[in-house]
Write a protein that binds this ligand. Structure first.
Ligand SMILES: *Cc1c(COP(=O)(O)O)cnc(C)c1O
Length: 419
């Protein structure tokens, strides 16, 4: 069971809603810090453990600053993410640039920042050589394809995924770079998403450790690091259990000791690129119920929409909802909770049992702290909400204002448009 409580009293949330206006995402700094510390503690056994926070999960520099203070680097895959990392002072090998289908300008920026370049394909060696240069340290993204059973809903089966090199290509890529003079190598994979099963997460580590041993035996190359990617899940549903990071750390340690150490790979750094697990549970989308309609179903219309959080509409994902001030009221009414897009899938919840909702009630949608705001979009001319940070001392800091019509029209040069 994961308990879906709010980080503040209902009175305080109402006060904040009054002061800032809804909708907004609220992020809990203390909880983000505490969780990051637990992660580092779970991997304190590992030489040079590194977490590259996947910037796409929550691309706000104030959040990146907090994570940087806790010892995280950044996993970037676009120009904007590189600039955000640079702005908060995450540079050099504290950035892992895990991109795909990469425009050369982005590689050039990553090279300028001294980021670790994680190649998604063997052809990118020549792409870099022809258009920029090979960096001193090269990482390759591995796609095990049918060598790995499973995968899951969000990311799909490895052999259907567009990412990474086959094992043959990866070995060939390292050999090629070695012949070109590269001395420092890393390997990476990301084959799960939102995975809660520790066995499955640990199997990825085993698979990568075995690959590192193969690389050593076949090519005489000892990789410097093994990056296990992101994909650690979070319990969106109350009946789900969070991944016990200590157990996960111990499982990776066992694999390290049984596979890498006997092969003489004793100094290999373990890296991950977690996004969701670092911030997801510590974000809350707070909205106001503005309409009730009773047709073939009962609908509650919110002042937020899919532009603020699209996971339910995109994946049918479950996000828990709390009605502020009615935490202990019986969930005796069935609602569809909707946004205002002219898209029938703009629903935060379907057939959800909730306490009776009155107009003006605040609804908190849980677990919006990763892939929430960042996935937002402007379809229908909908504007994205503001982001607030609940600081450790209990105060609130607005870390992003809401979008305005002027923002939406900024790229249009048209005389009669009121901005
Ligand atoms: C999205 C992504 C991540 C983060 O995934 P989470 O599910 O948020 O942990 C990490 N690495 C890469 C390459 C990604 O594309």
């Amino acid at each position: 069971m994961s308990i879906k409580t709010l980080p503040l009293s209902s009175e305080r949330i109402k006060q904040i809603a009054q002061e800032y206006g809804t909708p907004f995402h609220l992020y809990d700094e203390a909880a983000i810090r505490k969780n990051a510390r637990q992660l580092f503690a779970a991997f304190s056994w590992a030489p040079k453990f590194r977490e590259y926070f996947a910037v796409k999960a929550l691309p706000n520099p104030y959040i990146l600053e907090i994570l940087k203070e806790e010892g995280c680097g950044a996993d970037c895959s676009s120009m904007a993410e590189l600039y955000l990392s640079e702005a908060v002072g995450i540079q050099g090998e504290n950035i892992c640039f895990t991109s795909n289908d990469t425009p050369i300008a982005e590689y050039r920026k990553a090279l300028e920042l001294g980021a670790i370049i994680n190649l998604d394909d063997i052809s990118h060696i020549d792409y870099l050589l022809d258009n920029a240069r090979l960096p001193e340290l090269i990482s390759f993204r591995y796609n095990p394809g049918p060598l790995r059973n499973g995968g899951n809903e969000i990311i799909g089966y490895p052999e259907q995924a567009k990412y990474g090199l086959t094992q043959e290509q990866l070995l060939e890529g390292i050999a090629r770079c070695k012949s070109l003079g590269t001395k420092r190598f890393g390997i990476h994979t990301m084959i799960v998403s939102n995975e809660l099963n520790c066995d499955y997460l640990a199997e990825t580590a085993q698979m990568m450790f075995n690959l590192a041993v193969k690389i050593k035996n076949q090519l005489g190359v000892s990789v410097e690091f093994i990056n296990l990617g992101g994909g650690i899940g979070i319990p969106y549903r109350p009946e789900q259990e969070a991944v016990d990071l200590q157990v996960f750390g111990n499982r990776v340690k066992e694999a390290y000791e049984s596979i890498l150490i006997p092969a003489g790979l004793t100094e290999v750094a373990i890296c991950i690129e977690s996004g969701r697990m670092m911030t997801g549970p510590y974000g809350y989308l707070v909205s106001t119920a503005i309409h009730y309609k009773d047709t073939y179903k009962n609908y509650i219309g919110l002042d937020s929409c899919m532009a603020d959080l699209m996971r339910p509409a995109l994946y049918g994902a479950y996000h828990h909802i709390t009605v502020v001030g009615k935490e202990n009221a019986p969930c005796d009414t069935m609602y569809d909770v909707t946004g205002s897009l002219c898209e029938n899938n703009d629903k935060f919840a379907i057939d959800r049992m909730l306490p009776h909702i009155d107009m003006g009630d605040l609804l908190v949608i849980h677990d919006s702290g990763a892939h929430g705001y960042s996935m937002g979009f402007n379809y229908n001319g909908k504007l994205r909400s503001k982001e607030l940070l609940l600081r450790e001392d209990g105060s609130i800091k607005q870390i992003r204002r809401a979008e305005t019509l002027a923002d939406y029209f900024a790229t249009l040069d048209y005389p009669h448009l009121a901005k």
